[in-house]
Design a protein around this ligand. Structure first.
Ligand code: HSE
Length: 403
Protein backbone atom coordinates (compact mmCIF):
# COMPACT_ATOMS: atom_id res chain seq x y z
CA UNK A 1 0.00 0.00 0.00
CA UNK A 2 1.34 3.45 -0.96
CA UNK A 3 -0.13 6.32 0.99
CA UNK A 4 -0.53 9.73 -0.58
CA UNK A 5 -1.23 13.18 0.85
CA UNK A 6 -2.78 16.04 -1.11
CA UNK A 7 -1.79 19.59 -0.12
CA UNK A 8 -4.56 22.00 -1.12
CA UNK A 9 -8.15 20.87 -1.73
CA UNK A 10 -9.00 23.38 -4.44
CA UNK A 11 -9.79 22.69 -8.08
CA UNK A 12 -6.72 20.60 -8.90
CA UNK A 13 -6.37 18.99 -5.46
CA UNK A 14 -9.96 17.75 -5.45
CA UNK A 15 -9.38 16.58 -9.04
CA UNK A 16 -6.39 14.51 -7.88
CA UNK A 17 -8.54 12.75 -5.27
CA UNK A 18 -11.26 12.19 -7.89
CA UNK A 19 -8.87 10.75 -10.51
CA UNK A 20 -7.27 8.38 -7.98
CA UNK A 21 -10.73 7.21 -6.90
CA UNK A 22 -12.33 6.94 -10.36
CA UNK A 23 -9.45 5.13 -12.07
CA UNK A 24 -8.42 3.23 -8.96
CA UNK A 25 -8.13 -0.24 -10.52
CA UNK A 26 -6.10 0.89 -13.52
CA UNK A 27 -3.91 3.17 -11.45
CA UNK A 28 -3.18 0.44 -8.89
CA UNK A 29 -2.27 -2.00 -11.66
CA UNK A 30 0.03 0.52 -13.29
CA UNK A 31 1.61 1.48 -9.98
CA UNK A 32 2.06 -2.20 -9.09
CA UNK A 33 0.74 -1.23 -5.65
CA UNK A 34 -2.43 -0.02 -4.05
CA UNK A 35 -2.61 3.78 -3.77
CA UNK A 36 -4.60 5.46 -1.06
CA UNK A 37 -5.13 9.12 -0.28
CA UNK A 38 -4.57 9.23 3.47
CA UNK A 39 -4.63 12.98 4.10
CA UNK A 40 -5.91 16.14 2.46
CA UNK A 41 -4.42 19.36 3.82
CA UNK A 42 -6.44 22.54 3.65
CA UNK A 43 -7.12 25.48 5.92
CA UNK A 44 -10.82 25.21 5.18
CA UNK A 45 -13.37 22.65 6.39
CA UNK A 46 -15.52 20.82 3.88
CA UNK A 47 -18.56 19.63 5.83
CA UNK A 48 -20.39 16.83 4.00
CA UNK A 49 -17.54 16.23 1.54
CA UNK A 50 -17.05 12.48 0.91
CA UNK A 51 -13.38 12.83 1.89
CA UNK A 52 -14.03 15.02 4.94
CA UNK A 53 -12.50 12.41 7.26
CA UNK A 54 -9.13 12.74 5.50
CA UNK A 55 -8.91 16.50 6.03
CA UNK A 56 -6.17 17.86 8.25
CA UNK A 57 -5.16 21.44 8.98
CA UNK A 58 -1.68 20.74 10.33
CA UNK A 59 0.99 19.92 7.77
CA UNK A 60 3.16 18.26 10.45
CA UNK A 61 0.70 15.36 10.67
CA UNK A 62 1.61 14.57 7.06
CA UNK A 63 5.32 15.25 7.33
CA UNK A 64 5.72 13.17 10.48
CA UNK A 65 3.76 10.20 9.13
CA UNK A 66 6.24 7.70 7.77
CA UNK A 67 3.49 5.91 5.88
CA UNK A 68 3.17 8.85 3.49
CA UNK A 69 5.60 8.42 0.63
CA UNK A 70 4.04 10.70 -2.00
CA UNK A 71 2.73 14.24 -1.61
CA UNK A 72 0.73 16.11 -4.26
CA UNK A 73 1.29 19.86 -3.97
CA UNK A 74 -1.71 21.56 -5.52
CA UNK A 75 -1.71 24.69 -3.36
CA UNK A 76 -0.07 27.14 -5.74
CA UNK A 77 2.08 30.12 -4.85
CA UNK A 78 5.66 30.20 -3.64
CA UNK A 79 5.18 30.69 0.11
CA UNK A 80 3.79 27.74 2.06
CA UNK A 81 3.99 25.55 -1.05
CA UNK A 82 7.78 26.02 -1.17
CA UNK A 83 8.17 25.35 2.54
CA UNK A 84 5.98 22.23 2.52
CA UNK A 85 7.60 20.86 -0.67
CA UNK A 86 11.05 21.19 0.92
CA UNK A 87 9.84 19.56 4.14
CA UNK A 88 8.38 16.63 2.22
CA UNK A 89 11.44 16.08 0.02
CA UNK A 90 13.79 16.36 2.99
CA UNK A 91 11.78 13.58 4.67
CA UNK A 92 12.22 11.43 1.55
CA UNK A 93 8.64 11.90 0.36
CA UNK A 94 8.26 12.43 -3.39
CA UNK A 95 6.33 15.52 -4.47
CA UNK A 96 4.15 15.83 -7.58
CA UNK A 97 2.97 19.32 -8.45
CA UNK A 98 0.97 21.50 -10.80
CA UNK A 99 2.58 24.66 -9.38
CA UNK A 100 4.41 26.32 -12.31
CA UNK A 101 5.35 29.40 -10.32
CA UNK A 102 7.19 27.26 -7.76
CA UNK A 103 8.80 25.03 -10.39
CA UNK A 104 9.97 28.05 -12.44
CA UNK A 105 11.43 29.72 -9.35
CA UNK A 106 12.87 26.84 -7.32
CA UNK A 107 12.91 23.87 -9.74
CA UNK A 108 16.65 23.06 -9.66
CA UNK A 109 16.92 23.45 -5.89
CA UNK A 110 13.94 21.14 -5.28
CA UNK A 111 15.25 18.60 -7.81
CA UNK A 112 18.56 18.61 -5.99
CA UNK A 113 16.90 18.03 -2.61
CA UNK A 114 14.87 15.17 -4.11
CA UNK A 115 18.04 13.59 -5.46
CA UNK A 116 19.81 13.92 -2.11
CA UNK A 117 16.91 12.08 -0.44
CA UNK A 118 16.37 9.41 -3.13
CA UNK A 119 12.90 10.60 -4.00
CA UNK A 120 11.32 12.62 -6.84
CA UNK A 121 10.09 16.09 -7.60
CA UNK A 122 7.82 15.73 -10.63
CA UNK A 123 5.94 18.56 -12.34
CA UNK A 124 4.22 17.29 -15.49
CA UNK A 125 1.08 19.33 -14.70
CA UNK A 126 2.98 22.60 -14.38
CA UNK A 127 3.12 23.14 -18.16
CA UNK A 128 0.26 22.43 -20.54
CA UNK A 129 -2.06 21.05 -17.80
CA UNK A 130 -2.97 17.54 -18.93
CA UNK A 131 -0.74 17.55 -22.02
CA UNK A 132 2.29 15.30 -21.67
CA UNK A 133 5.24 17.58 -22.40
CA UNK A 134 7.71 17.41 -19.48
CA UNK A 135 7.93 13.62 -19.64
CA UNK A 136 8.45 13.53 -23.45
CA UNK A 137 11.30 16.04 -23.09
CA UNK A 138 12.85 14.09 -20.19
CA UNK A 139 12.44 10.63 -21.70
CA UNK A 140 11.30 10.22 -25.30
CA UNK A 141 13.36 13.08 -26.74
CA UNK A 142 16.65 12.37 -24.96
CA UNK A 143 18.38 11.53 -28.25
CA UNK A 144 17.59 15.01 -29.59
CA UNK A 145 19.27 18.35 -29.38
CA UNK A 146 16.15 20.43 -28.93
CA UNK A 147 16.55 23.57 -31.01
CA UNK A 148 13.13 25.17 -30.73
CA UNK A 149 10.08 25.13 -28.52
CA UNK A 150 7.01 27.10 -29.54
CA UNK A 151 3.83 26.84 -27.54
CA UNK A 152 0.36 28.15 -26.96
CA UNK A 153 0.79 27.81 -23.23
CA UNK A 154 -2.15 29.74 -21.81
CA UNK A 155 -5.78 28.74 -22.29
CA UNK A 156 -7.32 32.01 -21.10
CA UNK A 157 -5.51 34.13 -23.66
CA UNK A 158 -6.04 31.61 -26.43
CA UNK A 159 -9.76 31.61 -25.64
CA UNK A 160 -9.85 35.42 -25.73
CA UNK A 161 -7.88 35.67 -29.00
CA UNK A 162 -9.98 32.94 -30.66
CA UNK A 163 -13.18 34.73 -29.70
CA UNK A 164 -11.87 38.10 -30.88
CA UNK A 165 -11.02 36.47 -34.20
CA UNK A 166 -14.36 34.72 -34.59
CA UNK A 167 -16.59 37.57 -33.49
CA UNK A 168 -14.59 40.61 -34.58
CA UNK A 169 -14.74 41.77 -30.96
CA UNK A 170 -12.30 43.87 -28.99
CA UNK A 171 -10.10 42.58 -26.16
CA UNK A 172 -11.84 44.35 -23.27
CA UNK A 173 -15.31 43.11 -24.28
CA UNK A 174 -14.21 39.49 -24.68
CA UNK A 175 -12.25 39.60 -21.42
CA UNK A 176 -15.31 40.92 -19.58
CA UNK A 177 -17.51 38.18 -21.02
CA UNK A 178 -14.90 35.51 -20.25
CA UNK A 179 -14.74 36.73 -16.64
CA UNK A 180 -18.53 36.64 -16.35
CA UNK A 181 -18.56 33.05 -17.59
CA UNK A 182 -15.69 32.06 -15.28
CA UNK A 183 -13.25 31.35 -18.14
CA UNK A 184 -10.96 34.16 -17.03
CA UNK A 185 -9.85 35.05 -13.50
CA UNK A 186 -11.29 38.12 -11.80
CA UNK A 187 -7.70 39.34 -11.67
CA UNK A 188 -6.59 38.29 -15.16
CA UNK A 189 -3.18 39.99 -15.13
CA UNK A 190 -1.03 36.84 -14.89
CA UNK A 191 -2.75 35.43 -17.97
CA UNK A 192 -3.34 38.46 -20.20
CA UNK A 193 0.03 40.08 -19.50
CA UNK A 194 1.79 36.81 -20.41
CA UNK A 195 3.30 36.05 -16.97
CA UNK A 196 1.73 32.58 -16.79
CA UNK A 197 3.04 31.66 -20.25
CA UNK A 198 6.41 33.12 -19.22
CA UNK A 199 6.75 30.73 -16.26
CA UNK A 200 5.84 27.82 -18.49
CA UNK A 201 8.32 28.67 -21.24
CA UNK A 202 10.96 29.26 -18.52
CA UNK A 203 10.43 25.66 -17.34
CA UNK A 204 10.49 24.22 -20.86
CA UNK A 205 13.53 26.29 -21.84
CA UNK A 206 15.37 25.20 -18.70
CA UNK A 207 14.74 21.55 -19.60
CA UNK A 208 15.80 22.24 -23.20
CA UNK A 209 19.09 23.77 -22.03
CA UNK A 210 19.67 21.73 -18.86
CA UNK A 211 20.36 25.05 -17.09
CA UNK A 212 18.14 27.58 -15.40
CA UNK A 213 16.33 30.15 -17.50
CA UNK A 214 15.25 32.90 -15.12
CA UNK A 215 11.62 33.74 -15.90
CA UNK A 216 12.20 37.33 -14.80
CA UNK A 217 14.72 37.79 -17.60
CA UNK A 218 12.41 36.55 -20.36
CA UNK A 219 11.01 39.28 -22.60
CA UNK A 220 7.25 39.09 -22.00
CA UNK A 221 4.46 40.85 -23.85
CA UNK A 222 0.79 39.94 -23.33
CA UNK A 223 -2.32 40.36 -25.45
CA UNK A 224 -3.87 43.52 -24.00
CA UNK A 225 -2.90 45.68 -26.97
CA UNK A 226 -4.35 43.36 -29.63
CA UNK A 227 -7.46 44.84 -31.23
CA UNK A 228 -10.28 43.76 -33.53
CA UNK A 229 -8.60 45.86 -36.25
CA UNK A 230 -5.43 43.74 -36.02
CA UNK A 231 -7.51 40.64 -36.68
CA UNK A 232 -9.04 42.28 -39.78
CA UNK A 233 -5.54 42.57 -41.25
CA UNK A 234 -4.51 39.11 -40.05
CA UNK A 235 -7.55 37.64 -41.80
CA UNK A 236 -6.72 39.53 -45.01
CA UNK A 237 -3.33 37.79 -44.96
CA UNK A 238 -4.78 34.34 -44.14
CA UNK A 239 -3.18 34.61 -40.72
CA UNK A 240 -4.18 34.43 -37.08
CA UNK A 241 -2.79 36.03 -33.92
CA UNK A 242 -1.62 33.71 -31.14
CA UNK A 243 0.23 34.29 -27.89
CA UNK A 244 3.39 32.19 -28.06
CA UNK A 245 5.88 31.15 -25.44
CA UNK A 246 8.93 30.53 -27.55
CA UNK A 247 12.55 29.55 -27.12
CA UNK A 248 15.42 28.81 -29.44
CA UNK A 249 18.74 27.08 -28.99
CA UNK A 250 20.72 27.04 -32.22
CA UNK A 251 24.39 27.56 -33.01
CA UNK A 252 23.82 31.30 -33.36
CA UNK A 253 21.22 32.14 -30.75
CA UNK A 254 19.74 31.07 -27.42
CA UNK A 255 16.71 32.99 -26.27
CA UNK A 256 13.22 32.79 -24.86
CA UNK A 257 10.28 35.15 -25.14
CA UNK A 258 6.52 35.51 -24.76
CA UNK A 259 4.70 37.59 -27.32
CA UNK A 260 1.73 37.64 -29.69
CA UNK A 261 2.66 36.46 -33.18
CA UNK A 262 0.78 36.79 -36.45
CA UNK A 263 1.07 33.28 -37.86
CA UNK A 264 0.28 31.70 -41.19
CA UNK A 265 -2.48 29.14 -41.68
CA UNK A 266 0.22 26.60 -42.50
CA UNK A 267 1.63 26.73 -38.98
CA UNK A 268 0.34 23.67 -37.07
CA UNK A 269 -0.45 25.96 -34.12
CA UNK A 270 -2.89 27.96 -36.30
CA UNK A 271 -5.71 25.48 -35.64
CA UNK A 272 -5.29 25.48 -31.85
CA UNK A 273 -8.34 27.43 -30.69
CA UNK A 274 -10.25 28.25 -27.55
CA UNK A 275 -8.94 26.97 -24.24
CA UNK A 276 -6.68 24.39 -25.86
CA UNK A 277 -2.90 24.49 -25.60
CA UNK A 278 -0.27 22.99 -27.88
CA UNK A 279 3.50 22.84 -27.91
CA UNK A 280 5.75 22.25 -30.92
CA UNK A 281 9.20 20.88 -30.13
CA UNK A 282 11.86 20.83 -32.82
CA UNK A 283 14.70 18.35 -32.39
CA UNK A 284 17.75 18.25 -34.64
CA UNK A 285 17.09 14.61 -35.62
CA UNK A 286 13.32 14.23 -35.32
CA UNK A 287 12.31 17.61 -36.68
CA UNK A 288 8.97 18.90 -35.38
CA UNK A 289 6.70 17.07 -32.97
CA UNK A 290 3.55 18.57 -31.50
CA UNK A 291 1.73 17.99 -28.21
CA UNK A 292 -1.90 19.13 -28.04
CA UNK A 293 -4.70 19.05 -25.50
CA UNK A 294 -6.30 20.67 -22.50
CA UNK A 295 -3.84 22.99 -20.82
CA UNK A 296 -5.99 23.69 -17.77
CA UNK A 297 -9.04 22.47 -15.89
CA UNK A 298 -9.63 20.21 -12.91
CA UNK A 299 -9.45 16.68 -14.32
CA UNK A 300 -6.90 17.22 -17.15
CA UNK A 301 -4.45 18.88 -14.74
CA UNK A 302 -5.17 16.35 -11.99
CA UNK A 303 -4.59 13.52 -14.47
CA UNK A 304 -1.05 14.80 -15.08
CA UNK A 305 -0.41 15.05 -11.31
CA UNK A 306 -1.64 11.48 -10.80
CA UNK A 307 0.46 10.27 -13.74
CA UNK A 308 3.45 11.60 -11.79
CA UNK A 309 2.19 9.83 -8.64
CA UNK A 310 2.18 6.54 -10.57
CA UNK A 311 5.76 7.22 -11.71
CA UNK A 312 6.80 7.85 -8.09
CA UNK A 313 5.05 4.68 -6.98
CA UNK A 314 6.87 2.68 -9.65
CA UNK A 315 10.21 4.19 -8.69
CA UNK A 316 10.20 4.18 -4.90
CA UNK A 317 13.68 4.84 -3.49
CA UNK A 318 15.00 5.94 -6.87
CA UNK A 319 15.32 9.42 -8.35
CA UNK A 320 14.27 9.72 -11.98
CA UNK A 321 16.74 11.69 -14.11
CA UNK A 322 15.92 15.30 -14.88
CA UNK A 323 18.71 17.44 -16.30
CA UNK A 324 18.14 20.92 -14.94
CA UNK A 325 21.12 22.55 -13.24
CA UNK A 326 20.95 25.60 -11.00
CA UNK A 327 23.54 27.33 -13.21
CA UNK A 328 21.89 30.18 -15.07
CA UNK A 329 21.64 29.84 -18.85
CA UNK A 330 23.18 32.70 -20.81
CA UNK A 331 20.57 34.04 -23.20
CA UNK A 332 21.40 36.06 -26.27
CA UNK A 333 20.10 39.60 -26.69
CA UNK A 334 16.58 39.47 -28.10
CA UNK A 335 17.31 42.78 -29.86
CA UNK A 336 19.63 40.94 -32.23
CA UNK A 337 16.95 38.48 -33.40
CA UNK A 338 15.82 39.14 -36.98
CA UNK A 339 12.22 38.81 -38.07
CA UNK A 340 9.59 40.74 -40.00
CA UNK A 341 6.82 42.69 -38.32
CA UNK A 342 3.25 43.69 -39.06
CA UNK A 343 2.55 47.37 -38.40
CA UNK A 344 -0.84 49.02 -38.33
CA UNK A 345 -0.47 52.76 -38.86
CA UNK A 346 -2.60 55.84 -39.22
CA UNK A 347 -3.64 56.04 -42.88
CA UNK A 348 -1.80 59.33 -43.51
CA UNK A 349 1.47 57.87 -42.16
CA UNK A 350 1.80 55.03 -44.66
CA UNK A 351 4.44 56.84 -46.76
CA UNK A 352 6.55 57.51 -43.65
CA UNK A 353 6.33 53.83 -42.73
CA UNK A 354 7.33 52.74 -46.24
CA UNK A 355 10.30 55.08 -46.07
CA UNK A 356 11.31 53.80 -42.62
CA UNK A 357 10.97 50.13 -43.61
CA UNK A 358 11.77 49.91 -47.34
CA UNK A 359 10.96 46.76 -49.29
CA UNK A 360 7.93 45.73 -47.21
CA UNK A 361 4.40 45.00 -48.33
CA UNK A 362 1.25 47.11 -47.94
CA UNK A 363 -1.70 45.02 -46.76
CA UNK A 364 -4.80 46.28 -48.47
CA UNK A 365 -8.19 45.92 -46.77
CA UNK A 366 -11.18 47.43 -48.53
CA UNK A 367 -13.14 50.10 -46.75
CA UNK A 368 -10.63 50.98 -44.05
CA UNK A 369 -10.04 54.71 -44.05
CA UNK A 370 -8.66 54.99 -40.52
CA UNK A 371 -5.58 52.79 -40.79
CA UNK A 372 -3.27 50.87 -43.11
CA UNK A 373 -1.39 47.63 -42.67
CA UNK A 374 2.24 47.02 -43.61
CA UNK A 375 4.59 44.05 -43.26
CA UNK A 376 8.28 44.83 -43.05
CA UNK A 377 11.12 42.76 -44.46
CA UNK A 378 13.15 40.92 -41.80
CA UNK A 379 15.21 43.19 -39.57
CA UNK A 380 16.68 43.14 -36.09
CA UNK A 381 14.23 43.58 -33.22
CA UNK A 382 16.22 46.52 -31.86
CA UNK A 383 16.28 48.31 -35.24
CA UNK A 384 12.55 47.80 -35.61
CA UNK A 385 11.89 49.13 -32.10
CA UNK A 386 14.03 52.24 -32.72
CA UNK A 387 12.33 53.02 -36.03
CA UNK A 388 8.87 52.53 -34.50
CA UNK A 389 9.76 54.91 -31.72
CA UNK A 390 10.83 57.52 -34.27
CA UNK A 391 7.46 57.14 -36.01
CA UNK A 392 5.74 58.00 -32.72
CA UNK A 393 1.99 57.76 -32.45
CA UNK A 394 1.59 57.15 -36.19
CA UNK A 395 2.07 53.49 -35.24
CA UNK A 396 -1.21 52.10 -33.90
CA UNK A 397 0.08 48.61 -33.26
CA UNK A 398 2.88 46.26 -34.23
CA UNK A 399 2.89 42.47 -34.06
CA UNK A 400 5.73 40.04 -34.72
CA UNK A 401 5.27 37.91 -37.79
CA UNK A 402 5.62 34.16 -37.23
CA UNK A 403 6.06 31.27 -39.61
N1 HSE B 1 -4.54 30.33 -16.14
C1 HSE B 1 -3.94 29.23 -16.84
C2 HSE B 1 -4.46 29.22 -18.27
C3 HSE B 1 -4.27 27.95 -16.12
O1 HSE B 1 -5.36 30.00 -18.60
O2 HSE B 1 -3.94 28.49 -19.11
C4 HSE B 1 -3.35 26.82 -16.41
O3 HSE B 1 -2.03 27.08 -16.06
Amino acid sequence: MIKVAVLGYGTVGSGVVEVIEKNKELINKRSAAELEVKYILDLRDFPGDPYESKLVHDVNIIMEDEEISIVCETMGGVGAAYKFTKMALESGKSVCTSNKELVAKYGPELLQIAKAHSCNYLFEASVGGGIPIIRPINTALTAEKIEAITGILNGTTNYILSKMEKEGADFEDVLKEAQEKGYAERNPEADVEGHDACRKIAILSSLMLGKTVDSEKIYTEGITKITAADFVYAKAMGRSIKLFGMSRNTENETWAMVSPFMISNENPLYMVSGVFNAICVRGNMLGDSMYYGRGAGKLPTASAVVGDVVDCARNQGKTLPCLWDAEEAVLSDIGEVERSFFIRVKADALDDVKAAFPGGEVIAVDGRAEDKGYVTVALKEKEFAAKCEALGDAVLNRIRMGE
